[in-house]
Structures are given as structure tokens and as C-alpha cells.
Design a protein around this ligand. Structure first.
Ligand code: SOE
Length: 396
């Protein structure tokens, strides 16, 4: 049911596994919590299989189901195409959707190859000239504490950035018998920890600092090279049979980066950080102060101001749950805190507002291509003798 007093904006979701379910919750929730200028209508969910797509429609709240994304692009009740499929399908679906005049929200990483990402960016820029918008799902940008971190950097409160320490630590592959899912297949996922979670921290560092990673030196490692093939999907682990198959992506990526403002960054993205579940850890040291964040405590930002009197100088713990903080006032009374899913709702809110206002939402495909170029430079460095490798400039 949509708000009868507002013009509708019809949405199609392509892919209804883990990410599709999270995006569905965002589309359901956004108009109920935020005052949106357009009323999202959850028109259709699309997957490869008709009966599981219908089951997803019933469970996740979509009006109808389809097993043909091309047919979905022809529908008049679809204005936005939300792409939550594995990376190898992003380019074809996104480009066709943009050419059909549909706004696009595409999950990260933007694509599996630079060539795909460039073609997607060109299509997005051509579509923007016709008023068709596009956005990439680097959702963690919309965590209130991350927004506050960017604001503090922009206000000059930590001064010139010297060091960035960025980690994305998960442990869902520590067990060597964990199933071989699509995320471990280079043909489908493009890369492993590097693209899946390394892309998030590259984006976050560039977003918070408003600087670019200009060159890198990196190493990639696959610790477990063969696993039991996944038989039934269950989140990103699922169940496995007796057949075994090769892991064709990295389990972990570590790299150093030069920042355009003269600072030095270290990055670590791994699915083998035993005991760490979704620990996105960022620490930024500047000439006037420091910031520190950990997604496992996502309502908190630590901030040190070198200007404080020396006898009270130290990190202060800011609980980012107050009406003054980005997005928070629409939710619960002060102090009650947000979780993983809220960033996805904020993403939908910002996309719908941008479409209504005729503006290009961020992150753009061009910005995501910039992230992709960093990942490519890491792969180039890691495949040789880990030499410093320049990140190519330019959007397309
Ligand atoms: C799996 O590593 C994953 O689901 C990523 O693909 C998401 O982008 C991240 O939000 C959580 O972890």
C-alpha cells in the first residue's frame, strides 16, 4: 500500500537472496519512517526461478514476481531497478535499465572488471543527461557515525590527514569446510575479500577524507584453495555436499595506499579474522586530532581533539544517537541506537529524494569506478612483486 497523497515511484528488485532481502526491508521501511516526496511502490521482485521469486514476493512484500529481468524493464509500473545480483550480471542489467529510462540502484562492487565498470559509468552519465539517476550501494556511507566522521574532517577538526588505518574483518570462511558459494568463484564475484569488503573500506576512506588513494602496494592470499560445493543457498554460507571445487578468489587482501593529501593508509580486508564478524574499523590520525570507528559498535565514534587541555586530552566517545546526528531524528527517541539495516533505509531515502529533486545521488557509478581502479591496482601489484602501482585517474 502506498500513500495516496503522493506520486508513486515503482520499484523492481532484481535478486532476492541476502542483499535483496535487506533492500526489501529498506523499501518497506523508508516511507514509513521518513517523509518522502514520492511513495515507493514495491512493484515486482525478479529472480532466475519463478517459484522462488513468487515465494520471495510473498515473504518480502513485493506485489508481483518475475523470472525475466528484461520483461521487468518494459513495465510501466517500474521506475527504479534495484540490482542485488552477483557482480557478473551488474553491467548487463544496469546498462539495459538505464537505456530503458529506469533509475538504477546497483549493489557493490559496481562490476567485476574495469571494462564493465567503464561501460556502466558511460551509460550512467549518458542517462543522467536525460534525467535518469543512478547510485551504487556503498551503504556504510549512510551510517550516522560515518557521516559525522566525514563532517568532522570537512570542518578541519582533525587537521591534515597523516594516517588512515582501514580494516574490514569477517570470519565466515575460517572453517575449511565452509561451502563454496558464488562469492568464491571469480567468474561470478570478480574477486574475493578484495572486491566484496575491501571495496567498502576504500570507498569509506575516500568518502570520509575527501581524498583519493593514488597508488598502492598489495598482497592477496587464498588460504583454503578447495571447498565442498554449495548445494543449497542459505545466506552466504549455505549447505554443501561431498563434491569439492576450487576457490578462485582471494580470502584476504592487505595493501598500503598513498593518499592524495600526502597521508599514508593501510588496508586489510579478510574473511579469516577469527572472531571478527563485521568489524569495519577505521582510524584516522590528523595534525589536529584523530577519529576512530568500529562497525561492531556502530553507534559510537571516537574523536580526539588535540586542542583540548592536556590534563583532559584523550579520545572522547560520542554516542551518535541524537537528533543533531544525520538521519537519527526520524527514528527512535534519543539514545536508542540503530543497526545494520538502517543504512540501507537511508540509502533508499536519499535515492528517492534525489530522483524527486532531479539531482544525481552519490555514490555515483563514476565514484565506484574510482574504487574499482584502486582494486585493480592492488591486483596488479599483488600479482607481481608487490611494487607500488599507480591508480589510474579519471572517471571513465
Ligand atoms: C559478505 O561479505 C557481505 O554480505 C558483503 O557482501 C556486504 O557488502 C557487507 O555489507 C556484509 O558482508
Amino acid at each position: 500500500m502506498t500513500d495516496p497523497h503522493k506520486p508513486e515511484i515503482g520499484v523492481a528488485l532484481i535478486g532476492h537472496a541476502f542483499m535483496g532481502a535487506v533492500h526489501s526491508q529498506a523499501w518497506r521501511t523508508a516511507p514509513r519512517v521518513f517523509d518522502l516526496p514520492l511513495a515507493p511502490r514495491m512493484s515486482v521482485v525478479c529472480g532466475r526461478d519463478a517459484s522462488s521469486s513468487q515465494a520471495a514476493a510473498d515473504k518480502l512484500g513485493w506485489e508481483s514476481a518475475s523470472s525475466d529481468w528484461r520483461e521487468v524493464l518494459e513495465r510501466d509500473d517500474v521506475d527504479v531497478v534495484d540490482i542485488c545480483t552477483p557482480g557478473h550480471t551488474h553491467a548487463e542489467i544496469a546498462i539495459a535499465a538505464l537505456e530503458a529510462g529506469k533509475h538504477v540502484l546497483c549493489e557493490k562492487p559496481l562490476a567485476n572488471t574495469i571494462d564493465e565498470a567503464e561501460r556502466m559509468t558511460a551509460a550512467a552519465e549518458a542517462a543522467a543527461a536525460r534525467g535518469v539517476r543512478s547510485m551504487v550501494g556503498f551503504t556504510y556511507r549512510r551510517v550516522p557515525a560515518i557521516q559525522l566522521a566525514r563532517q568532522l574532517v570537512a570542518e578541519g577538526r582533525i587537521g591534515t590527514i597523516r594516517h588512515v588505518r582501514a580494516q574490514y574483518l569477517q570470519d565466515w570462511l575460517v572453517d575449511p569446510e565452509a561451502p563454496l558459494s558464488w562469492r568464491l568463484d571469480k567468474k561470478l564475484a570478480g574477486s574475493g575479500a578484495l572486491g566484496d569488503i575491501g571495496s567498502h573500506i576504500v570507498d569509506l576512506v575516500q568518502f570520509i577524507s575527501d581524498e583519493r588513494v593514488t597508488s598502492v602496494s598489495g598482497a592477496l592470499r587464498t588460504f583454503v584453495t578447495e571447498r565442498p560445493v554449495q548445494t543449497a543457498s542459505g545466506g552466504f554460507t549455505g549447505t554443501a555436499g561431498t563434491e569439492r571445487g576450487p576457490v578462485t578468489v582471494d580470502d584476504a587482501a592487505v595493501f598500503l595506499g598513498d593518499l592524495s593529501g600526502g597521508g599514508l593508509a593501510t588496508f586489510e580486508a579478510t574473511r579469516f579474522a577469527t572472531g571478527r564478524k563485521n568489524a569495519i574499523r577505521l582510524e584516522i590520525n590528523g595534525s589536529r586530532g584523530s577519529l576512530s570507528f568500529d562497525f561492531e559498535d556502530l553507534n559510537v565514534l571516537h574523536f580526539l581533539d588535540l586542542g583540548d587541555d592536556s590534563h583532559v586530552n584523550g579520545f572522547r566517545r560520542i554516542v551518535v544517537t541524537e537528533p543533531e546526528h544525520p538521519y537519527v531524528s526520524a527514528w527512535w527517541p534519543p539514545g536508542h541506537g540503530l543497526g545494520y539495516e538502517h543504512g540501507f533505509t537511508h540509502q533508499v531515502v536519499d535515492l528517492v529524494r534525489a530522483i524527486h529533486d532531479g539531482e544525481d545521488p552519490t555514490p555515483t557509478f563514476g565514484q565506484a569506478l574510482g574504487v574499482q581502479r584502486v582494486l585493480e591496482a592492488v591486483e596488479t601489484s599483488a600479482s607481481g612483486d608487490r611494487a607500488w602501482t599507480k591508480v589510474l585517474e579519471g572517471s571513465v
